[in-house]
Design a protein around this ligand. Structure first.
Ligand SMILES: C[S@@+](CC[C@H](N)C(=O)[O-])C[C@H]1O[C@@H](n2cnc3c(N)ncnc32)[C@H](O)[C@@H]1O
Length: 231
């Protein structure tokens, strides 16, 4: 990814409160069994034992959306990436409690995993409430930028879906501007209701709930990858 408009670096906390014994045990015992391998090609068959459709969540937070999607569609494989240890612990708890066997996790930068996936391998990519970086001088840190979007476009199958949710007005405007400038992604909204109302198959995330509690509006964007055209 060679894109001067995007900074490729991880920002933010990697760990919050100290883990309790049960949480530390999840990281020690369950995480190694679910971890995205770093020594093998990331093909669906190698990850899940068959050629099931694959979905990918960038920055899953505490993993409630990832787990709910995986539970709703057990015939699909899910890869979730999140650098924040306490968030990964949350996801591990959901995976254990719901007995999910169709989720793989990476504790770290989602873009490094995306880069390793074969092109045209993903049916869906989720980016829900990405860190907003509201100051203009931090715009290069935003995930919605040409570099990450080119990567997402390369890894999605034609016809695949990119879902973006945000409650940040600056990020909303920014995303519309960046996405509307692209020839490859087609916005699926026909009416305002389509992006002001959470679709039934879009489980709520922790940040979304927090935003609603604070009286913020939330925007739900769905894009279809139409063609692999250069932008
Ligand atoms: C505002 S939180 C939203 C979390 C969750 N998606 C939600 O809606 O509740 C943004 C998350 O993105 C994660 N993140 C930031 N940069 C990332 C990257 N390069 N790869 C994966 N996750 C990242 C952060 O650690 C944080 O948990």
């Amino acid at each position: 990814m060679n894109d001067p408009t995007t900074i490729r670096r991880l920002y933010g906390r990697r760990q919050g409160h100290k883990l309790r014994a049960g949480q530390a045990a999840l990281v020690e015992d369950l995480l190694p069994r679910l971890q995205v391998p770093d020594d093998r090609p990331l093909e669906t068959r190698a990850l899940f034992g068959d050629d099931r459709p694959l979905e990918f969540e960038i920055g899953f937070g505490a993993g409630e959306h990832l787990a709910a999607q995986a539970e709703a569609r057990p015939d699909r494989g899910f890869i979730g990436c999140e650098p924040f240890l306490n968030g990964v612990v949350g996801a591990l708890g959901h995976i254990r409690d719901r007995g999910l066997n169709n989720v793989r996790l990476h504790m770290g930068d989602a873009l490094t995993v995306l880069e390793r996936l074969p092109d045209d391998s993903l049916d869906r990519v989720y980016l829900l409430h990405p860190d907003p970086w509201p100051k203009a001088r931090h715009a290069k840190r935003r995930m919605v930028n040409p570099g990450p979007l080119d990567l997402i476009a390369a890894k999605l199958k034609p016809g695949g879906e990119f879902r973006l949710g945000t409650d940040d007005p600056t990020y909303c405007r920014w995303s519309m501007m960046v996405m509307n400038g692209r020839a490859d992604f087609v916005w699926q909204a026909r009416t305002a209701t389509d992006f002001l109302t959470r679709p039934a198959d879009w489980p709520e995330t922790r940040y979304e709930r927090k935003a609603r509690r604070q009286g913020h509006e939330v925007w739900y964007f769905r894009y279809r990858l139409d063609a692999k055209t250069a932008c």
